[in-house]
Design a protein around this ligand. Structure first.
Ligand code: AMP
Ligand code: MG
Length: 364
C-alpha cells in the first residue's frame, strides 16, 4: 500500500493579486475605494509612495499586520512604519506628541520623514515588534494619501519587496516579488525619491537620524538646529552592538550577485574597479559595474548599468534600486559598485550601497 504525504500546499497559500493602474496625480476614486475596502477587511494592498512602493495593512489589526511579515518573509522583530493622512490620526497612535515633532510635521509632512514617538495603546505589538515606540509618517503621494483616506484607518506599510531584496520603485518590481501573496497592487508609475524615508528618533535626549533617507540631515538641521546621525546610519557595516533601529541589522537592498563597493577619490575608484574587474575575469567570473552617466566609461570592462548622475545624488537615489534589480536579469557573478559623495541624499544612497555590500567595502 502506498501513501502520500503532502508537505505544505504552495497552491493553497497563493491568492489572486489584483493589478490596477491609477493616475498618480489625480487617482480615480474607484480603485482607491476598492483598495481601502480590502485594507479595512484585513487584506494587503501595495501602493506607490513618493519614496518607494509600500505594502499596506490596517495598522490597528494585528492579524492583518502579521500578513505583511508573512508575505515579505520579514523578521518579526523589525517594526513597521504607520502611514497617516491626517495629523489627528497621529494622536491616536502615540501617547505624546512633543513640540519638536509638531514643528517637524509642519516643515516636512506630507513627505519622506518618519518620526519615532512613544507608542499609544491602540497600536498592536505586531506593528512595533513589541517596542514602546512607534514609527509614523504622512506620505506625500496622492495615491498613498487617497488610499489611507479611503481605508479610514492608519496603514502600516514597509517597502513592498521580499525581505532583503532592493525596495520596489515600480509596480512591476512589486509583482516580481509578491504576486500571488498580496490582494492588490495600485500602479501609479515609478516612485519619486527612490530611497526610503528618513527615520528620526524623537524619544532620545536629542533627535537622532536612525536611517538616512529623502529628508537630509541638512534639511533637518534647518528646523532642529543640530541633529545627530547614528553611526550605523552612516556606516552600517561598522556598527557595534544592538542597532537603535531594528531594521538596520539585516542584510538589505541586495541584488542576487555579490556587491563590492569601492569608495574614495573618483579617479582612484575608477582605477581600482578596472583592476578588480580584470582580476575577477581572469578567475572566470562575470563582472557587473554599477556606475553613473557622468563617470568614467567602463563599457569595455564589464556589464555596466548606469544609475543617474553622481553629481546629482537625487538622480542616483531615483535609479538605484531599479539598477540593482536589473543586475538580477543579467548573469553577472559580482557587481563592482562605485561610491558617491555622502552629502545630501547621497548619504541615503551610500547607506543602501554599504548595506548591499554587506561589509565588502574597499576604500581607496
Ligand atoms: P521599511 O518600511 O521596510 O523601510 O522599514 C522601516 C524601518 O523603520 C526599519 O528600518 C525599522 O527598523 C524602522 N522602525 C520602524 N519602527 C521603529 C521604531 N519604533 N524604532 C526604531 N526604528 C523603527
Ligand atoms: Mg524595507
Amino acid at each position: 500500500m502506498s501513501s502520500t504525504t503532502i508537505i505544505g500546499d504552495m497552491q493553497k497559500d497563493r491568492v489572486a493579486t489584483k493589478y490596477v493602474k491609477v493616475n498618480p496625480v489625480n487617482p480615480e476614486a474607484g480603485p482607491l475605494a476598492e483598495g481601502g475596502l480590502i485594507l479595512r477587511r484585513g487584506g494587503l494592498v501595495a501602493f506607490p509612495t513618493e519614496t518607494v512602493y509600500g505594502l499596506g495593512a490596517n495598522a490597528l489589526d494585528g492579524q492583518a499586520v502579521a500578513g505583511i511579515f508573512k508575505a515579505k518573509g520579514r523578521p518579526a522583530d523589525n517594526p513597521l512604519i504607520v502611514h497617516v493622512a491626517s495629523l489627528q490620526t497621529v494622536d491616536e497612535l502615540v501617547s505624546n506628541v512633543p513640540f519638536v515633532a509638531k514643528e517637524l510635521m509642519k516643515a516636512f509632512w506630507p513627505g519622506p520623514l518618519t518620526l519615532i514617538l512613544p507608542v499609544g495603546k491602540a497600536v498592536p505589538a505586531e506593528v512595533t515588534a513589541g517596542l514602546n515606540t512607534v514609527a509614523v509618517r504622512m506620505p506625500r503621494h496622492p495615491v498613498a494619501l487617497g488610499l489611507i483616506r479611503a481605508a479610514g484607518v492608519p496603514v502600516a506599510a514597509p517597502s513592498a519587496n521580499t525581505s532583503g531584496r532592493p525596495s520596489p520603485t515600480t509596480a512591476q518590481h512589486v509583482l516580481n516579488d509578491l504576486a500571488g501573496h498580496i490582494d492588490m497592487v495600485l500602479d501609479g508609475g515609478p516612485a519619486g525619491v527612490g530611497v526610503e524615508s528618513t527615520v528620526l528618533d524623537l524619544t532620545a535626549l536629542v533627535p537622532v537620524v536612525l536611517r538616512p533617507g529623502g529628508i537630509t540631515p541638512e534639511d533637518l538641521g534647518r528646523v532642529l538646529g543640530t541633529v545627530e546621525v547614528d553611526p550605523q546610519a552612516r556606516s552600517p557595516e561598522q556598527g557595534e552592538g544592538r542597532p537603535r533601529s531594528p531594521g538596520m541589522k539585516y542584510t538589505h537592498y541586495a541584488p542576487r550577485a555579490q556587491v563590492i563597493l569601492v569608495e574614495g577619490q573618483p579617479e582612484a575608484v575608477t582605477a581600482k574597479i578596472i583592476g578588480l574587474a580584470r582580476e575577477y575575469q581572469a578567475r572566470g567570473k562575470r563582472v557587473g559595474i554599477l556606475s553613473y552617466i557622468d563617470s568614467a566609461d567602463f563599457t569595455n570592462v564589464g556589464e555596466v548599468i548606469l544609475a543617474g548622475r553622481r553629481s546629482q545624488p537625487e538622480t542616483v537615489a531615483a535609479e538605484l534600486y531599479a539598477a540593482l534589480r536589473r543586475f538580477d536579469e543579467t548573469d553577472v557573478d559580482l557587481i563592482l559598485a562605485q561610491g558617491i559623495d555622502d552629502r545630501g541624499v547621497g548619504l541615503a544612497v551610500m547607506n543602501r550601497l554599504r548595506k548591499a555590500a554587506g561589509g565588502q567595502i574597499i576604500n581607496v
